[in-house]
Design a protein around this ligand. Sequence first.
Ligand code: ADP
Ligand code: MG
Length: 695
Amino acid sequence: MLDPLFKPKAIAIVGASTKELSIGNVIIRNLQKYGYTGPIYPINPTAPEVCGIKAYRSLAEVPGEIDLAHIIIPSTLVPLAMEECGLKGIKAVIINSAGFSEMGEEGAKLQAEFLATAKKYGIRLFGPNCQGTINSDPALKAYCNFTFTYPEPGHISVVALSGGVGALIMQQLADLGIGQRLYASNGNACDVSIPEIIKYYGDDEETRAIILYTEGFSDPQAFLESAREVAAKKPILAMKAGRSLQGAKAASSHTGSLAGVDIATELIFEKIGILSFGDEGEMVRAAMAFSSQPNPTGNRVGLITNTGGPAVIATDVLVACGLDVPKLSDASIEKLKVTQFPEASLENPIDVVATAGGPQFRAALDVLMEDDGIDSIYINFVTAPFTDTDAVAREIVAVNQLSKKPMVCNFMTNLDLERFQKTMAILKAGNVPFYANPTDAAKALGALAKYGRAKQRQIGQPTIFADIKPAKAASIIEQASKEGRSVLSATEVYAIFEAYGIPVAGWKVVGTAADAVAAAAEIGFPVVVKVDCEAIDHKSDRGGVAVNLKDAAAVQHAVEDMQVRLGSFGTLNFFIQKFLPGGRELIIGASAERKLGHLVMFGLGGIYVEVLKDVIFKIAPVTHLEAAEMLAGIKTAALLDGVRGEKGIDKEAVIDLIQRVSQLLTDLPMIQEMDMNPVMAFADGAFAVDGRIRI
Ligand code: ADP
Ligand code: MG
């Protein structure tokens, strides 16, 4: 329960200072200026008062109860102060002071020390090395923070790992005139964590949308679980910084090198329906729409414009955001004919023309509100000097207040003119989300629609396969691990695939050319011969794959040739496999992800996979819907349906395969990396013909 932190009834400032421009002074001033309604107790060993408030020499001397304390004193004194907080019965502490785990070992020791004291007394710790919290509730007005933006009450709550970004977001929201509800920036986060704060915001009735800024999570699984519940209730708009591939980990397998730098956070967002942004301004502008608009129930948008070009730009952006700009119904067009000027265009966008006033805008808005084929409304409103722009704004507000369908407005004007400031004030007072250009307005509506889609997406439960032999697969891995091997042999890999019901091309591992010929006859020609040697990773790079061998002589020759060329790599075995020509080459892979399980990868396979990089990742366990999304999500998805008269592939077989791999990973967490490249997919069935597993 984080109430003492976000709804403190009384606040002490340990380290209150009479020095202006010190944190121990600024926080008290902020509480005063913002209008905190509870008692403030400055703690200072010498000063009789701070900021005009009676000060106390110690917490013990404070007469009343305190539930929240700020600590703003040198780091070495914090453990003792924590003890005093405990004795006073304080329930939550914000440590603004720095000098702890961010500073190395000494600091980390101090942090561990006061954390233990806090645990002993049941105190919840916020920080250290942090800004603090804000609660804009008019009945409380708790500004427990040293920043300088004073948000109006509202419905957007912000949590930011970085105080700098948090302050930036807060300022941008304020600049747009968007009210805020709760704010938190928790620095080192030694106790109260972002997942916990998100959960608290989720339970807060006044919070309608949440903004999150992160650079990754120390416990991604905990975040996934708590945010999943919240995201199902209210929109979470998130930004994860640190996306560049520069730090991409070097890994030998396909999957490792294709995953790149921390993509897991984005994948968590996608899995649980958090809206991900790459630009903090865009995120804040979207929040403006979320704070006042209902959720769209579909993708069909109707546009009203009093100027041509901006409607074209808006249409392009809306379509790029996955929205649809459909034709209006005949009934709607008939209604428009009666109410609009003769020169108006009655398509979608409806161009009411520059001379349109309040009545024309209102009539067009009403038509879109009533048309069942329209889910949301986009308005271009340029303040034509020869029209009553206030009347137009009032009509937009009136329709907005019905709150039937979400709307956004691109409001193009010159705010140096008092007349248009007034028009803008009408939109603002009426809670219309308005923006300065068509792209921004269209993107904000795009974000609303994306959330609508995320809410409707039912990812379902992962399929549990019953026809598998987990114990057999586990024993193979245990054996290899006992022998100190991390790369499994072909025999082991294929045995594990078979244990999990993954279809493979008929195969046999042999040591000599004579055995190879016998195995080929057993499997049936044509066959493929592949070298099997721990030191050879990518076999075709070494000339270790011979395909389409039609008879015994060809098999014998292929084996003998590899023995001569590749003998220096060590003991060679040979993998004889049924040749399966003419399939679409796909890749299915996986890599272990720190504290999150595994990432599963699907894409276009074959030997060019690293060049094409046409792959999609998801977090295991992968459901049927997610597997289907993977197939649909690659750039070359059309190839799976067949082009130029080719037959399409058996998608259900591939979806099944992905889910079997997902279950394999869930059951066998010791797998570090695996891939099947290629999986040969046909109109009927899909088969793994190459596999690697590293444990
Ligand atoms: P590596 O990836 O180690 O080079 P593969 O076993 O993937 O070796 O073989 C390389 C290529 O040979 C595959 O991408 C595929 O085009 C082809 N190939 C391998 N096995 C078969 C098979 N059983 N049937 C048809 N083509 C195959
Ligand atoms: Mg391969």
